[in-house]
Design a binder for this molecule. Sequence first.
Ligand code: C2G
Length: 130
Amino acid sequence: MRTVITFGTFDVFHVGHLNILRRAKSLGDRLVVGVSSDALNFKKKERYPVYAQHDRLSIIQGIRYVDDVFLEESLEQKAEYIKRYSADVLVMGDDWKGRFDSLSSLANVVYLERTPSVSTTSVIEVIKTI
Ligand code: C2G
């Protein structure tokens, strides 16, 4: 059983999110997703996500590629989460390239290319103009 773990806010779920979850799952048998908490997001981006954490958790849990979800409370706890879920592979989008190489003694660290031309920010901007 090869376990893959990945992390993200997944706010205003879009096809870029779906693509990375599908590709992450294809690297193993079980996909576990750490969904960044509202508080962690505020710390990181100085704004709260549009969707509250319990809704983002429900959406991610409902995706067919996802086997388990949990709340990611801190960016610095990735080693702990990898051990807790016995993850063999850590998947991150390539906007994080190189940032988690220090974890490669714990798991195989893979950066996947982001889906071009879609982001939560661009969706919010489009909606604002409607
Ligand atoms: N993503 C993607 N293509 C896009 C947009 C996002 O592949 N067009 C990926 C990101 O690279 C990330 C995942 O979808 O792997 C979730 O994206 P975000 O919610 O933006 O994640 P982020 O805020 O970067 O949180 O501990 C990790 C951080 O909390 C990651």
